[in-house]
Design a binder for this molecule. Structure first.
Ligand SMILES: Nc1ncnc2c1ncn2[C@@H]1O[C@H](COP(=O)(O)OP(=O)(O)OP(=O)(O)O)[C@@H](O)[C@H]1O
Length: 583
Protein backbone atom coordinates (compact mmCIF):
# COMPACT_ATOMS: atom_id res chain seq x y z
CA UNK A 1 0.00 0.00 0.00
CA UNK A 2 2.81 2.41 0.84
CA UNK A 3 4.32 1.68 -2.57
CA UNK A 4 1.04 2.73 -4.08
CA UNK A 5 0.96 5.93 -2.02
CA UNK A 6 4.46 6.67 -3.22
CA UNK A 7 3.48 5.94 -6.80
CA UNK A 8 0.42 8.23 -6.62
CA UNK A 9 2.05 11.05 -4.74
CA UNK A 10 5.35 10.74 -6.57
CA UNK A 11 6.96 11.51 -3.21
CA UNK A 12 8.64 9.42 -0.64
CA UNK A 13 6.83 8.60 2.58
CA UNK A 14 9.64 10.47 4.34
CA UNK A 15 7.56 13.63 3.94
CA UNK A 16 5.22 12.24 6.55
CA UNK A 17 8.03 11.26 8.92
CA UNK A 18 7.66 14.40 11.05
CA UNK A 19 4.01 13.57 11.60
CA UNK A 20 5.02 9.98 12.38
CA UNK A 21 7.57 11.12 14.97
CA UNK A 22 4.98 13.26 16.73
CA UNK A 23 2.68 10.23 16.83
CA UNK A 24 5.47 8.12 18.37
CA UNK A 25 6.03 10.79 21.06
CA UNK A 26 2.27 11.08 21.63
CA UNK A 27 2.00 7.34 22.20
CA UNK A 28 4.97 7.30 24.58
CA UNK A 29 3.29 10.09 26.55
CA UNK A 30 0.06 8.10 26.37
CA UNK A 31 1.71 4.92 27.72
CA UNK A 32 3.82 6.66 30.36
CA UNK A 33 0.99 7.11 32.92
CA UNK A 34 0.90 3.30 33.11
CA UNK A 35 4.49 3.35 34.39
CA UNK A 36 3.50 5.95 36.94
CA UNK A 37 0.51 3.84 37.89
CA UNK A 38 2.80 0.88 38.47
CA UNK A 39 4.85 2.99 40.83
CA UNK A 40 1.70 4.30 42.60
CA UNK A 41 0.27 0.79 43.07
CA UNK A 42 3.59 -0.55 44.35
CA UNK A 43 3.75 2.37 46.82
CA UNK A 44 0.16 1.84 47.95
CA UNK A 45 0.76 -1.83 48.61
CA UNK A 46 4.19 -1.61 50.20
CA UNK A 47 4.68 1.74 51.96
CA UNK A 48 2.89 4.70 53.39
CA UNK A 49 1.80 7.31 50.86
CA UNK A 50 2.26 10.96 51.83
CA UNK A 51 0.45 14.04 50.59
CA UNK A 52 3.66 15.11 48.88
CA UNK A 53 3.69 11.82 46.93
CA UNK A 54 0.14 12.46 45.73
CA UNK A 55 1.02 15.98 44.65
CA UNK A 56 4.08 14.79 42.68
CA UNK A 57 2.10 11.99 41.00
CA UNK A 58 -0.69 14.39 40.06
CA UNK A 59 1.79 16.90 38.65
CA UNK A 60 3.50 14.16 36.64
CA UNK A 61 0.16 12.96 35.29
CA UNK A 62 -0.88 16.49 34.29
CA UNK A 63 2.47 17.01 32.57
CA UNK A 64 2.14 13.72 30.67
CA UNK A 65 -1.42 14.50 29.57
CA UNK A 66 -0.33 17.97 28.45
CA UNK A 67 2.58 16.47 26.47
CA UNK A 68 0.26 13.91 24.93
CA UNK A 69 -2.18 16.64 23.83
CA UNK A 70 0.68 18.75 22.48
CA UNK A 71 2.21 15.91 20.45
CA UNK A 72 -1.24 14.79 19.22
CA UNK A 73 -2.13 18.23 17.92
CA UNK A 74 1.33 18.78 16.38
CA UNK A 75 1.15 15.37 14.68
CA UNK A 76 -2.34 16.07 13.38
CA UNK A 77 -1.41 19.50 12.03
CA UNK A 78 1.75 18.07 10.46
CA UNK A 79 -0.13 15.17 8.80
CA UNK A 80 -2.91 17.49 7.64
CA UNK A 81 -0.62 20.09 6.09
CA UNK A 82 1.79 17.56 4.55
CA UNK A 83 -1.05 15.36 3.23
CA UNK A 84 -2.99 18.31 1.85
CA UNK A 85 0.03 19.76 0.05
CA UNK A 86 1.03 16.35 -1.33
CA UNK A 87 -2.49 15.87 -2.66
CA UNK A 88 -2.57 19.40 -4.10
CA UNK A 89 0.41 18.33 -6.23
CA UNK A 90 -1.36 15.09 -7.12
CA UNK A 91 -4.42 17.04 -8.30
CA UNK A 92 -2.24 19.32 -10.44
CA UNK A 93 -0.28 16.37 -11.83
CA UNK A 94 -3.52 14.57 -12.66
CA UNK A 95 -4.84 17.65 -14.48
CA UNK A 96 -1.60 17.96 -16.44
CA UNK A 97 -1.63 14.23 -17.20
CA UNK A 98 -5.23 14.40 -18.47
CA UNK A 99 -4.25 17.21 -20.82
CA UNK A 100 -1.56 15.01 -22.35
CA UNK A 101 -3.77 11.97 -22.90
CA UNK A 102 -5.00 11.14 -26.39
CA UNK A 103 -8.64 12.09 -26.97
CA UNK A 104 -9.39 8.39 -27.41
CA UNK A 105 -9.18 8.04 -23.64
CA UNK A 106 -12.03 10.51 -23.18
CA UNK A 107 -14.17 8.65 -25.71
CA UNK A 108 -13.60 5.41 -23.82
CA UNK A 109 -14.21 6.74 -20.33
CA UNK A 110 -17.30 8.40 -19.03
CA UNK A 111 -16.96 12.04 -17.92
CA UNK A 112 -18.58 11.22 -14.58
CA UNK A 113 -16.17 8.34 -14.09
CA UNK A 114 -13.17 10.62 -14.66
CA UNK A 115 -14.54 13.35 -12.40
CA UNK A 116 -15.19 10.74 -9.68
CA UNK A 117 -11.49 9.83 -9.78
CA UNK A 118 -10.42 13.47 -9.76
CA UNK A 119 -12.69 14.53 -6.91
CA UNK A 120 -13.92 11.70 -4.68
CA UNK A 121 -10.97 9.33 -5.11
CA UNK A 122 -8.38 12.04 -4.57
CA UNK A 123 -10.25 13.11 -1.42
CA UNK A 124 -10.28 9.51 -0.19
CA UNK A 125 -6.56 9.10 -0.85
CA UNK A 126 -5.97 12.38 0.97
CA UNK A 127 -7.82 10.94 3.95
CA UNK A 128 -5.17 8.17 4.18
CA UNK A 129 -2.39 10.72 4.45
CA UNK A 130 -4.11 13.25 6.68
CA UNK A 131 -5.88 10.93 9.14
CA UNK A 132 -5.65 7.17 8.69
CA UNK A 133 -1.87 7.00 8.43
CA UNK A 134 -1.37 8.58 11.87
CA UNK A 135 -4.29 6.69 13.33
CA UNK A 136 -2.91 3.29 12.27
CA UNK A 137 0.62 4.22 13.32
CA UNK A 138 -0.56 5.34 16.76
CA UNK A 139 -2.74 2.28 17.19
CA UNK A 140 0.27 0.03 16.57
CA UNK A 141 2.88 1.99 18.52
CA UNK A 142 0.86 2.27 21.74
CA UNK A 143 0.49 -1.53 22.11
CA UNK A 144 4.18 -2.00 21.25
CA UNK A 145 5.26 0.54 23.91
CA UNK A 146 2.81 -1.01 26.40
CA UNK A 147 4.05 -4.54 25.65
CA UNK A 148 7.70 -3.52 26.12
CA UNK A 149 6.81 -1.95 29.47
CA UNK A 150 4.83 -5.04 30.58
CA UNK A 151 7.70 -7.29 29.55
CA UNK A 152 9.90 -5.54 32.13
CA UNK A 153 7.23 -6.04 34.78
CA UNK A 154 6.49 -9.75 34.25
CA UNK A 155 7.28 -11.84 31.20
CA UNK A 156 4.75 -14.63 31.93
CA UNK A 157 1.75 -12.32 32.05
CA UNK A 158 3.10 -10.44 29.01
CA UNK A 159 3.08 -13.70 27.05
CA UNK A 160 -0.54 -14.23 28.09
CA UNK A 161 -1.40 -10.72 26.82
CA UNK A 162 0.42 -11.27 23.52
CA UNK A 163 -0.68 -14.77 22.69
CA UNK A 164 -3.91 -13.76 20.95
CA UNK A 165 -2.19 -11.38 18.52
CA UNK A 166 -0.74 -13.97 16.10
CA UNK A 167 -4.14 -15.72 16.14
CA UNK A 168 -5.99 -12.50 15.25
CA UNK A 169 -3.64 -11.29 12.50
CA UNK A 170 -4.78 -13.84 9.85
CA UNK A 171 -8.38 -12.74 10.47
CA UNK A 172 -7.34 -9.14 9.90
CA UNK A 173 -5.67 -10.23 6.68
CA UNK A 174 -8.92 -11.97 5.71
CA UNK A 175 -10.93 -8.77 6.34
CA UNK A 176 -8.47 -6.83 4.20
CA UNK A 177 -8.93 -9.26 1.32
CA UNK A 178 -12.70 -9.07 1.59
CA UNK A 179 -12.56 -5.29 1.63
CA UNK A 180 -10.29 -5.27 -1.41
CA UNK A 181 -12.82 -7.31 -3.37
CA UNK A 182 -15.87 -5.35 -2.23
CA UNK A 183 -14.38 -1.86 -2.43
CA UNK A 184 -13.67 -2.10 -6.16
CA UNK A 185 -17.35 -2.81 -6.83
CA UNK A 186 -18.48 0.02 -4.57
CA UNK A 187 -16.08 2.41 -6.27
CA UNK A 188 -17.56 1.46 -9.64
CA UNK A 189 -21.08 2.01 -8.33
CA UNK A 190 -20.13 5.41 -6.88
CA UNK A 191 -18.54 6.43 -10.20
CA UNK A 192 -21.70 5.32 -12.04
CA UNK A 193 -23.88 7.48 -9.75
CA UNK A 194 -21.58 10.39 -10.45
CA UNK A 195 -21.90 9.80 -14.20
CA UNK A 196 -25.68 9.57 -14.06
CA UNK A 197 -25.91 12.72 -11.92
CA UNK A 198 -23.66 14.62 -14.30
CA UNK A 199 -25.67 13.38 -17.27
CA UNK A 200 -28.90 14.37 -15.53
CA UNK A 201 -27.74 17.90 -14.76
CA UNK A 202 -26.08 18.47 -18.13
CA UNK A 203 -29.08 17.28 -20.12
CA UNK A 204 -31.82 18.68 -17.91
CA UNK A 205 -32.94 21.03 -20.71
CA UNK A 206 -33.16 18.18 -23.21
CA UNK A 207 -34.92 15.94 -20.72
CA UNK A 208 -37.56 18.59 -20.10
CA UNK A 209 -37.93 19.30 -23.82
CA UNK A 210 -38.57 15.63 -24.51
CA UNK A 211 -40.50 15.10 -21.30
CA UNK A 212 -38.13 12.25 -20.39
CA UNK A 213 -37.84 12.97 -16.68
CA UNK A 214 -39.20 9.54 -15.77
CA UNK A 215 -36.87 7.59 -18.03
CA UNK A 216 -33.72 9.50 -17.09
CA UNK A 217 -34.63 9.47 -13.46
CA UNK A 218 -34.96 5.69 -13.64
CA UNK A 219 -31.34 5.42 -14.78
CA UNK A 220 -30.24 7.65 -11.90
CA UNK A 221 -32.45 5.74 -9.50
CA UNK A 222 -30.99 2.41 -10.63
CA UNK A 223 -27.43 3.67 -10.24
CA UNK A 224 -28.21 4.94 -6.74
CA UNK A 225 -29.88 1.67 -5.79
CA UNK A 226 -26.76 -0.19 -6.89
CA UNK A 227 -24.57 2.11 -4.83
CA UNK A 228 -26.82 1.59 -1.80
CA UNK A 229 -26.65 -2.20 -2.22
CA UNK A 230 -22.87 -2.18 -2.70
CA UNK A 231 -22.37 0.10 0.31
CA UNK A 232 -24.46 -2.21 2.50
CA UNK A 233 -22.62 -5.25 1.12
CA UNK A 234 -19.24 -3.73 2.03
CA UNK A 235 -20.39 -3.38 5.64
CA UNK A 236 -22.23 -6.72 5.83
CA UNK A 237 -19.27 -8.65 4.44
CA UNK A 238 -16.41 -6.97 6.28
CA UNK A 239 -17.84 -5.89 9.66
CA UNK A 240 -18.37 -9.41 11.06
CA UNK A 241 -14.80 -10.34 10.18
CA UNK A 242 -13.46 -7.22 11.89
CA UNK A 243 -15.60 -8.18 14.91
CA UNK A 244 -14.08 -11.69 14.91
CA UNK A 245 -10.63 -10.07 14.85
CA UNK A 246 -11.53 -8.00 17.92
CA UNK A 247 -12.97 -11.01 19.75
CA UNK A 248 -9.93 -13.18 19.14
CA UNK A 249 -7.75 -10.32 20.32
CA UNK A 250 -9.76 -9.98 23.55
CA UNK A 251 -9.27 -13.68 24.26
CA UNK A 252 -5.81 -12.65 25.42
CA UNK A 253 -7.47 -10.67 28.21
CA UNK A 254 -9.36 -13.75 29.39
CA UNK A 255 -6.12 -15.72 29.40
CA UNK A 256 -4.43 -12.90 31.32
CA UNK A 257 -7.19 -13.03 33.92
CA UNK A 258 -6.89 -16.81 34.38
CA UNK A 259 -3.11 -16.90 34.55
CA UNK A 260 -2.98 -13.72 36.68
CA UNK A 261 -5.39 -15.11 39.30
CA UNK A 262 -3.46 -18.40 39.33
CA UNK A 263 -0.11 -16.65 39.87
CA UNK A 264 -1.49 -14.27 42.53
CA UNK A 265 -3.15 -17.19 44.34
CA UNK A 266 0.12 -19.10 44.25
CA UNK A 267 1.91 -15.97 45.56
CA UNK A 268 4.16 -16.07 42.51
CA UNK A 269 3.40 -12.43 41.65
CA UNK A 270 2.32 -9.44 43.67
CA UNK A 271 -1.31 -8.21 43.46
CA UNK A 272 -0.03 -4.80 42.36
CA UNK A 273 1.66 -6.45 39.35
CA UNK A 274 -1.58 -8.20 38.41
CA UNK A 275 -3.52 -4.93 38.75
CA UNK A 276 -1.09 -3.05 36.55
CA UNK A 277 -1.47 -5.73 33.88
CA UNK A 278 -5.25 -5.44 34.03
CA UNK A 279 -5.07 -1.68 33.54
CA UNK A 280 -2.31 -1.58 30.93
CA UNK A 281 -3.78 -4.39 28.85
CA UNK A 282 -6.58 -1.93 28.03
CA UNK A 283 -3.94 0.21 26.33
CA UNK A 284 -2.94 -2.87 24.42
CA UNK A 285 -6.20 -4.35 23.06
CA UNK A 286 -8.24 -1.21 22.48
CA UNK A 287 -5.75 0.49 20.10
CA UNK A 288 -5.15 -2.79 18.27
CA UNK A 289 -8.90 -3.10 17.68
CA UNK A 290 -8.92 0.49 16.36
CA UNK A 291 -5.94 -0.38 14.14
CA UNK A 292 -7.95 -3.27 12.68
CA UNK A 293 -10.88 -0.99 11.85
CA UNK A 294 -8.62 1.78 10.52
CA UNK A 295 -6.63 -0.68 8.37
CA UNK A 296 -9.83 -2.05 6.85
CA UNK A 297 -10.96 1.51 6.17
CA UNK A 298 -7.54 2.22 4.69
CA UNK A 299 -7.96 -0.80 2.42
CA UNK A 300 -11.16 0.78 1.11
CA UNK A 301 -9.42 4.11 0.56
CA UNK A 302 -6.63 2.22 -1.19
CA UNK A 303 -9.10 1.19 -3.89
CA UNK A 304 -9.53 4.93 -4.54
CA UNK A 305 -5.75 5.14 -4.80
CA UNK A 306 -5.84 2.23 -7.23
CA UNK A 307 -8.17 4.19 -9.51
CA UNK A 308 -5.84 7.21 -9.36
CA UNK A 309 -2.90 4.94 -10.13
CA UNK A 310 -4.76 3.54 -13.16
CA UNK A 311 -5.40 7.06 -14.43
CA UNK A 312 -1.72 7.93 -14.03
CA UNK A 313 -0.80 4.69 -15.83
CA UNK A 314 -2.77 5.71 -18.96
CA UNK A 315 -0.10 6.35 -21.58
CA UNK A 316 0.24 9.96 -22.64
CA UNK A 317 0.66 10.89 -26.29
CA UNK A 318 4.39 10.34 -26.75
CA UNK A 319 6.43 13.53 -26.99
CA UNK A 320 9.36 13.62 -29.45
CA UNK A 321 12.88 13.26 -28.12
CA UNK A 322 14.16 15.89 -30.54
CA UNK A 323 11.23 18.24 -31.16
CA UNK A 324 11.10 20.15 -34.41
CA UNK A 325 9.33 23.35 -35.38
CA UNK A 326 7.99 23.91 -38.91
CA UNK A 327 9.21 26.91 -40.87
CA UNK A 328 6.04 27.05 -43.00
CA UNK A 329 2.39 26.16 -42.40
CA UNK A 330 1.15 24.10 -45.28
CA UNK A 331 -0.68 20.95 -44.17
CA UNK A 332 -0.18 17.57 -45.77
CA UNK A 333 -1.86 14.24 -45.06
CA UNK A 334 -0.32 11.23 -46.74
CA UNK A 335 -1.89 7.74 -46.75
CA UNK A 336 -3.64 8.43 -43.44
CA UNK A 337 -5.53 5.59 -41.84
CA UNK A 338 -7.37 5.86 -38.55
CA UNK A 339 -9.70 3.79 -36.38
CA UNK A 340 -11.68 4.47 -33.23
CA UNK A 341 -10.94 1.21 -31.43
CA UNK A 342 -11.85 -1.48 -33.98
CA UNK A 343 -13.96 0.84 -36.07
CA UNK A 344 -11.99 1.93 -39.16
CA UNK A 345 -12.93 5.51 -40.07
CA UNK A 346 -10.26 6.67 -42.50
CA UNK A 347 -8.87 4.19 -45.03
CA UNK A 348 -6.48 6.22 -47.12
CA UNK A 349 -6.62 9.99 -46.88
CA UNK A 350 -4.10 12.12 -48.77
CA UNK A 351 -4.31 15.82 -49.51
CA UNK A 352 -2.29 18.99 -49.23
CA UNK A 353 -3.40 22.44 -48.09
CA UNK A 354 -0.91 25.01 -49.35
CA UNK A 355 0.08 27.74 -46.89
CA UNK A 356 -2.35 30.66 -46.70
CA UNK A 357 -5.04 28.75 -48.57
CA UNK A 358 -8.58 27.98 -47.52
CA UNK A 359 -9.60 24.39 -47.99
CA UNK A 360 -13.07 23.06 -47.23
CA UNK A 361 -13.87 19.54 -46.12
CA UNK A 362 -17.40 18.53 -47.04
CA UNK A 363 -19.25 15.24 -47.25
CA UNK A 364 -22.00 13.21 -45.67
CA UNK A 365 -22.47 13.21 -41.92
CA UNK A 366 -20.18 10.72 -40.19
CA UNK A 367 -17.76 10.58 -43.14
CA UNK A 368 -14.78 11.54 -40.94
CA UNK A 369 -14.33 15.30 -41.49
CA UNK A 370 -13.99 16.19 -37.78
CA UNK A 371 -11.73 13.19 -37.33
CA UNK A 372 -9.36 14.56 -39.98
CA UNK A 373 -9.34 17.93 -38.18
CA UNK A 374 -8.59 16.15 -34.88
CA UNK A 375 -5.65 14.29 -36.45
CA UNK A 376 -4.11 17.59 -37.61
CA UNK A 377 -4.24 18.86 -34.00
CA UNK A 378 -2.92 15.44 -32.90
CA UNK A 379 -5.87 14.74 -30.62
CA UNK A 380 -5.18 11.19 -31.73
CA UNK A 381 -2.27 9.57 -33.53
CA UNK A 382 -2.84 8.13 -36.99
CA UNK A 383 -2.84 4.31 -37.35
CA UNK A 384 -0.82 4.62 -40.56
CA UNK A 385 0.45 7.41 -42.81
CA UNK A 386 1.58 10.89 -41.78
CA UNK A 387 0.15 14.28 -40.94
CA UNK A 388 2.64 17.07 -41.60
CA UNK A 389 2.66 20.80 -41.05
CA UNK A 390 5.34 22.67 -42.97
CA UNK A 391 6.87 19.29 -43.85
CA UNK A 392 7.27 18.29 -40.17
CA UNK A 393 5.36 15.27 -38.86
CA UNK A 394 3.04 16.46 -36.07
CA UNK A 395 4.47 13.62 -33.94
CA UNK A 396 7.87 15.31 -34.16
CA UNK A 397 6.55 18.53 -32.62
CA UNK A 398 5.99 19.21 -28.94
CA UNK A 399 2.24 19.06 -28.40
CA UNK A 400 2.04 22.48 -26.71
CA UNK A 401 3.91 24.02 -29.65
CA UNK A 402 1.67 22.23 -32.14
CA UNK A 403 -1.50 23.36 -30.36
CA UNK A 404 -0.05 26.87 -30.13
CA UNK A 405 0.07 27.09 -33.91
CA UNK A 406 -3.55 25.97 -34.43
CA UNK A 407 -6.77 27.82 -33.58
CA UNK A 408 -9.79 25.58 -33.58
CA UNK A 409 -13.40 26.68 -33.47
CA UNK A 410 -15.57 23.69 -32.66
CA UNK A 411 -19.04 22.75 -33.75
CA UNK A 412 -20.26 23.27 -30.17
CA UNK A 413 -18.07 25.92 -28.59
CA UNK A 414 -17.55 25.86 -24.85
CA UNK A 415 -17.31 29.05 -22.87
CA UNK A 416 -15.90 29.14 -19.34
CA UNK A 417 -17.97 30.52 -16.49
CA UNK A 418 -15.99 33.75 -16.55
CA UNK A 419 -16.43 37.19 -18.11
CA UNK A 420 -16.76 37.41 -21.88
CA UNK A 421 -13.46 39.33 -22.00
CA UNK A 422 -11.72 36.52 -20.08
CA UNK A 423 -13.23 33.99 -22.48
CA UNK A 424 -11.91 35.83 -25.52
CA UNK A 425 -8.53 36.22 -23.78
CA UNK A 426 -8.18 32.42 -23.60
CA UNK A 427 -6.77 32.84 -27.10
CA UNK A 428 -4.02 35.15 -25.82
CA UNK A 429 -3.92 35.59 -22.03
CA UNK A 430 -1.72 38.68 -22.15
CA UNK A 431 -3.95 40.53 -24.67
CA UNK A 432 -4.95 44.12 -23.85
CA UNK A 433 -8.59 45.18 -23.74
CA UNK A 434 -8.13 46.96 -27.07
CA UNK A 435 -6.95 43.73 -28.69
CA UNK A 436 -9.92 41.84 -27.19
CA UNK A 437 -12.35 44.42 -28.62
CA UNK A 438 -10.61 44.35 -31.99
CA UNK A 439 -10.96 40.56 -32.17
CA UNK A 440 -14.60 40.80 -31.12
CA UNK A 441 -15.24 43.36 -33.85
CA UNK A 442 -13.56 41.11 -36.44
CA UNK A 443 -15.81 38.22 -35.31
CA UNK A 444 -18.84 40.55 -35.41
CA UNK A 445 -19.74 40.10 -31.78
CA UNK A 446 -18.66 43.48 -30.42
CA UNK A 447 -22.09 45.11 -30.87
CA UNK A 448 -24.05 42.47 -28.99
CA UNK A 449 -21.42 42.34 -26.21
CA UNK A 450 -21.41 46.14 -25.88
CA UNK A 451 -25.20 46.06 -25.52
CA UNK A 452 -25.10 43.61 -22.60
CA UNK A 453 -25.65 45.28 -19.19
CA UNK A 454 -22.11 44.53 -18.06
CA UNK A 455 -20.56 44.55 -21.53
CA UNK A 456 -17.32 42.59 -21.70
CA UNK A 457 -17.56 41.89 -17.95
CA UNK A 458 -20.76 39.87 -18.40
CA UNK A 459 -20.35 36.33 -17.02
CA UNK A 460 -20.86 33.76 -19.76
CA UNK A 461 -22.35 31.09 -17.45
CA UNK A 462 -21.17 27.46 -17.20
CA UNK A 463 -20.39 26.35 -20.77
CA UNK A 464 -21.78 29.68 -22.01
CA UNK A 465 -25.27 28.94 -20.66
CA UNK A 466 -26.12 32.64 -20.42
CA UNK A 467 -25.64 33.15 -24.18
CA UNK A 468 -27.34 31.97 -27.34
CA UNK A 469 -25.71 29.39 -29.63
CA UNK A 470 -24.82 32.04 -32.23
CA UNK A 471 -23.38 34.39 -29.60
CA UNK A 472 -21.21 31.62 -28.15
CA UNK A 473 -20.01 30.74 -31.62
CA UNK A 474 -18.99 34.30 -32.43
CA UNK A 475 -17.17 34.70 -29.10
CA UNK A 476 -15.24 31.50 -29.75
CA UNK A 477 -14.33 32.82 -33.20
CA UNK A 478 -13.11 36.06 -31.59
CA UNK A 479 -10.98 33.91 -29.29
CA UNK A 480 -9.45 32.17 -32.32
CA UNK A 481 -8.85 35.47 -34.10
CA UNK A 482 -7.06 36.84 -31.02
CA UNK A 483 -4.86 33.77 -30.80
CA UNK A 484 -3.63 34.67 -34.29
CA UNK A 485 -2.35 31.16 -34.95
CA UNK A 486 -1.02 30.42 -38.45
CA UNK A 487 -3.40 27.46 -38.88
CA UNK A 488 -7.15 27.83 -38.39
CA UNK A 489 -9.59 24.95 -38.20
CA UNK A 490 -13.25 25.86 -38.34
CA UNK A 491 -15.36 22.81 -37.58
CA UNK A 492 -18.90 23.79 -38.55
CA UNK A 493 -18.06 27.17 -37.00
CA UNK A 494 -20.79 29.02 -38.85
CA UNK A 495 -23.47 26.43 -38.06
CA UNK A 496 -25.21 28.42 -35.32
CA UNK A 497 -25.17 31.79 -37.02
CA UNK A 498 -28.16 33.59 -38.43
CA UNK A 499 -27.91 34.49 -42.14
CA UNK A 500 -27.03 38.14 -41.46
CA UNK A 501 -24.16 37.37 -39.13
CA UNK A 502 -23.01 34.57 -41.35
CA UNK A 503 -22.36 37.08 -44.11
CA UNK A 504 -20.25 39.21 -41.76
CA UNK A 505 -18.42 36.19 -40.53
CA UNK A 506 -17.67 34.96 -44.01
CA UNK A 507 -15.94 38.29 -44.57
CA UNK A 508 -13.92 37.95 -41.39
CA UNK A 509 -12.92 34.39 -42.31
CA UNK A 510 -11.90 35.47 -45.82
CA UNK A 511 -9.76 38.23 -44.28
CA UNK A 512 -8.10 35.67 -42.03
CA UNK A 513 -7.43 33.34 -44.93
CA UNK A 514 -5.17 35.92 -46.60
CA UNK A 515 -2.43 35.21 -44.13
CA UNK A 516 -3.42 31.84 -42.60
CA UNK A 517 -3.83 28.24 -43.59
CA UNK A 518 -7.53 27.54 -43.07
CA UNK A 519 -9.39 24.26 -43.00
CA UNK A 520 -13.13 24.69 -42.83
CA UNK A 521 -15.60 21.89 -42.28
CA UNK A 522 -19.07 22.82 -43.47
CA UNK A 523 -22.37 21.16 -44.16
CA UNK A 524 -23.92 24.14 -45.87
CA UNK A 525 -22.04 24.12 -49.14
CA UNK A 526 -23.01 27.70 -49.93
CA UNK A 527 -20.74 28.87 -47.11
CA UNK A 528 -17.62 27.35 -48.71
CA UNK A 529 -18.41 27.96 -52.35
CA UNK A 530 -15.46 30.36 -52.66
CA UNK A 531 -12.85 28.04 -51.05
CA UNK A 532 -9.50 27.63 -52.83
CA UNK A 533 -10.14 23.92 -52.81
CA UNK A 534 -13.03 21.70 -51.74
CA UNK A 535 -12.33 18.13 -50.63
CA UNK A 536 -15.23 15.71 -50.52
CA UNK A 537 -14.78 13.16 -47.73
CA UNK A 538 -16.66 9.95 -48.30
CA UNK A 539 -16.28 6.37 -47.10
CA UNK A 540 -13.01 6.95 -45.32
CA UNK A 541 -11.23 8.74 -48.17
CA UNK A 542 -11.23 11.84 -50.38
CA UNK A 543 -13.57 11.05 -53.25
CA UNK A 544 -13.47 14.41 -55.08
CA UNK A 545 -11.26 17.49 -54.97
CA UNK A 546 -11.37 20.83 -56.76
CA UNK A 547 -13.02 24.24 -56.85
CA UNK A 548 -16.78 24.57 -56.71
CA UNK A 549 -17.23 24.89 -60.47
CA UNK A 550 -14.95 21.89 -61.22
CA UNK A 551 -16.84 19.71 -58.75
CA UNK A 552 -20.21 20.78 -60.11
CA UNK A 553 -18.98 19.90 -63.58
CA UNK A 554 -17.91 16.43 -62.37
CA UNK A 555 -21.56 15.76 -61.38
CA UNK A 556 -20.44 13.46 -58.56
CA UNK A 557 -21.26 13.41 -54.85
CA UNK A 558 -20.60 17.15 -54.42
CA UNK A 559 -23.01 17.91 -57.22
CA UNK A 560 -25.65 15.68 -55.64
CA UNK A 561 -25.18 17.27 -52.19
CA UNK A 562 -25.36 20.73 -53.72
CA UNK A 563 -28.56 19.92 -55.61
CA UNK A 564 -30.15 18.48 -52.48
CA UNK A 565 -29.26 21.57 -50.47
CA UNK A 566 -30.64 23.84 -53.15
CA UNK A 567 -33.93 21.94 -52.93
CA UNK A 568 -33.99 22.15 -49.14
CA UNK A 569 -33.23 25.86 -49.41
CA UNK A 570 -36.52 26.27 -51.29
CA UNK A 571 -38.60 24.37 -48.75
CA UNK A 572 -40.97 26.27 -46.61
CA UNK A 573 -43.66 25.52 -44.07
CA UNK A 574 -47.24 26.03 -45.06
CA UNK A 575 -49.96 25.62 -42.44
CA UNK A 576 -47.60 23.50 -40.35
CA UNK A 577 -47.00 20.99 -43.19
CA UNK A 578 -43.60 20.86 -44.92
CA UNK A 579 -43.80 20.99 -48.70
CA UNK A 580 -41.22 21.37 -51.43
CA UNK A 581 -41.25 24.48 -53.54
CA UNK A 582 -41.21 22.34 -56.64
CA UNK A 583 -44.31 20.51 -55.49
N1 LIG B 1 -14.68 9.50 -30.18
C1 LIG B 1 -15.22 8.63 -31.02
N2 LIG B 1 -15.25 7.32 -30.71
C2 LIG B 1 -15.79 6.42 -31.57
N3 LIG B 1 -16.31 6.73 -32.75
C3 LIG B 1 -16.31 8.02 -33.11
C4 LIG B 1 -15.77 9.03 -32.26
N4 LIG B 1 -15.91 10.22 -32.87
C5 LIG B 1 -16.50 9.97 -34.06
N5 LIG B 1 -16.74 8.66 -34.21
C6 LIG B 1 -17.32 8.00 -35.37
O1 LIG B 1 -16.45 8.25 -36.44
C7 LIG B 1 -17.17 8.54 -37.62
C8 LIG B 1 -16.68 9.87 -38.18
O2 LIG B 1 -17.02 10.88 -37.26
P1 LIG B 1 -16.72 12.41 -37.57
O3 LIG B 1 -17.22 13.19 -36.45
O4 LIG B 1 -15.29 12.56 -37.95
O5 LIG B 1 -17.63 12.63 -38.86
P2 LIG B 1 -18.02 13.99 -39.55
O6 LIG B 1 -17.85 13.75 -41.00
O7 LIG B 1 -17.30 15.14 -38.97
O8 LIG B 1 -19.57 14.03 -39.16
P3 LIG B 1 -20.51 15.30 -39.01
O9 LIG B 1 -20.51 16.01 -40.32
O10 LIG B 1 -21.84 14.72 -38.71
O11 LIG B 1 -19.97 16.14 -37.91
C9 LIG B 1 -18.64 8.51 -37.24
O12 LIG B 1 -19.14 7.25 -37.63
C10 LIG B 1 -18.64 8.64 -35.75
O13 LIG B 1 -19.71 7.91 -35.22
Amino acid sequence: MFNMIQMITGQSGRLLSRAAWYTVLEMIANAAPAGLLFFVLASLFHREVTGRDILIWSACLIALFALQALFASRGQIEAQSTGASIMKDVRLRLGEHLRKLPMGYFSRRDQGDISHTLLANVDEAEMILTHLFNQVLGSVILPVVSAVFLLFVDWRLTLAVLVSVPLAVPVLYWSQNLMRKQSGKRQEAAAAVNSRLLEYVQTIRLIKAHNQTGQRFTRLDEAMARLRDDSIRVEVVTSPVVMIFSMILELGFVLLLLIGVYLVEGAVIDTSVFLIFLVVSMKFYQPLRSAGTALTQMRYMASAGERIRELFAEPELPEPEHPRLPAAFDIELEGVQFSYGDKRILHDVSFRVPEHHLVALVGPSGAGKSTIAGLISRFWDVSAGTVKIGGVDVRDMRSDELLGMISTVQQQPYLFNESIAANIRKGKPEASMEEVIEAAKAAHCHDFIANLPQGYDTIAGEGGAALSGGEKQRISIARAILKDAPVIILDEATASLDPENEVYLQRAISKLACSKTVIIIAHRLKTIQGADQILVVDQGGISEAGKHDDLMAQRGLYHTLWQEQQKIGGWKIKSGIETGSSA
